[in-house]
Design a protein around this ligand. Structure first.
Ligand code: ADP
Ligand code: MG
Length: 408
């Protein structure tokens, strides 16, 4: 299909030259004199037809969940104020990618001081590392993270070498426990995550609890270390302790220069590929889904979050093109926000894992196989919580697509 046609399909964008009368106002004043909240962002959209980055002011009205877009260069309304249920206030933060009527918009900056103060003032990013002792309980940890109003914006399972772990813990070089700590952290896979939210640094450290798990059980029995930790070394996780440490430690695991961070743990044999779809991530279901997968006895041998471009989503789903009527919507869903990709390892996993995911249509799944992932977490045929490899022989190829090609 011609991309120009595709991008304007069903979309109430306007071609008029109407100037936006309200564009520089922070509030809209309604007839009754009440003020209505309006959040403003600067957003970029890559227009594949023109091979251009286009800039828009994006407005979000929380009262009725409507959006409006203003073309910055041409100074005209691009999208009239329209209700759009797939965009949520929680998705509106700088650095995130959101989907507005099939356009993936990168949120670059807050559009005004009011929005920055209201939505951005306390937003922080921090590094969380789930240490080797509880990687198998990653679902539980994710559930706690989401229930504390933090969201995961990056994630990668990796196995550090001794020297990488020593570099990471450089500040503890002179401590008596340094060797044991480095040995432990490099003894198995860890999951590094970027967490985002209001006061993320202190919230995650409070969630972890005191460093010594025994002390945690005494002083903070609800904390992660109290619940899952063993002692002072095997203490579940790491959390940055300041803004500066967070910036440095995030750069260690998620360097801005692609391909320079610690590598993923994919093994590319006897495996199948599971993608937790963007809608499920944005609904906060990540922990529950990962938990269901582990509780059913499946081994997660690699895990990583990806922001998939439209071109890559089209390529990944190529085999469904012309075969499945939902193909275009599947592509749109996959690139509408971050997704989490898992390598599930074990003999015969492509078959057994596909059965565990259930029929592609969640409505049918709820009738026929009510305990499957799609029955539990899916909404419709496109937003059906997870993708899983269809054909056994494609398992390795799909895992390679993400963990070899896109993580290159
Ligand atoms: P936190 O992880 O809470 O920031 P620290 O930065 O003080 O704690 O220490 C880093 C890690 O070193 C701890 O998470 C723990 O695994 C280990 N550690 C700290 N203190 C001790 C100790 N006294 N004995 C053994 N291990 C320790
Ligand atoms: Mg520390």
């Amino acid at each position: 299909m011609d991309r120009r046609q595709e991008s304007t399909l069903d979309v109430p964008f306007t071609d008029t030259n109407t100037q936006s009368p309200s564009i520089h106002l922070t509030y809209l004043t309604l007839d009754c004199g009440m003020k209505e909240d309006r959040y403003a962002f600067l957003a970029e959209w890559y227009d594949p037809t023109a091979a251009l980055l286009r800039r828009y002011q994006l407005f979000y009205y929380p009262k009725d969940g409507s959006v409006e877009m203003f073309d910055v260069k041409n100074q005209r309304i691009f999208l009239r104020r329209t209700k759009y249920e797939d965009l949520h206030q929680e998705d509106l933060f700088i650095g995130n990618r959101v989907n507005v009527f099939s356009r993936q918009l990168n949120l670059i900056e807050y559009g005004d001081q009011y929005t920055a103060n209201k939505l951005g003032s306390k937003k922080e990013r921090t590094l969380a590392v789930v240490k080797p002792d509880v990687v198998t309980k990653i679902g539980d940890v994710l559930e706690l993270i989401y229930s504390s109003n933090l969201i995961v914006t990056k994630a990668k399972m990796t196995k550090l070498t001794w020297s990488q772990a020593a570099d990471f813990y450089m500040e503890h070089q002179t401590k008596p426990f340094f060797n044991n700590l480095v040995q432990f952290v490099s003894s198995g896979p860890v999951v590094a995550m970027e967490l985002m939210g209001d006061e993320a640094i202190s919230i995650w450290r409070r969630l972890l609890g005191p460093a010594d798990s025994a002390v945690a059980r005494r002083e903070a029995p609800q904390s992660v270390r109290a619940q899952f930790g063993t002692d002072g070394i095997k203490n579940v996780g790491h959390g940055s302790d300041s803004l500066a440490a967070a910036a440095r430690e995030l750069e260690f695991f998620f360097p801005s220069k692609i391909g320079h961070g610690p590598s993923n743990t994919a093994i590319f044999t006897d495996c199948t590929c599971c993608i937790i779809k963007p809608h499920a991530i944005s609904e906060g279901l990540t922990g529950k889904i990962v938990n269901s997968i582990s509780s059913a006895g499946f081994e997660i041998s690699a895990l990583q979050m990806f922001n998939v471009d439209r071109a890559n989503a089209e390529e990944f789903y190529e085999v469904y093109k012309g075969v499945v009527t939902e193909y275009p919507s599947m592509v749109t869903e996959l690139c509408s926000g971050p997704c989490m990709v898992l390598e599930i390892h074990g003999t015969d996993t492509p078959k057994s894992f596909r059965e565990f995911c259930g029929p592609a249509d969640p409505e049918i799944a709820r009738h026929l196989r009510p305990t499957t992932l799609r029955a539990l977490y899916g909404k419709d045929k496109v937003k059906n919580a997870v993708h899983c490899t269809d054909l056994a022989e494609d398992g390795v190829l799909e895992v390679q697509y993400f963990f070899k090609i896109l993580d290159g």
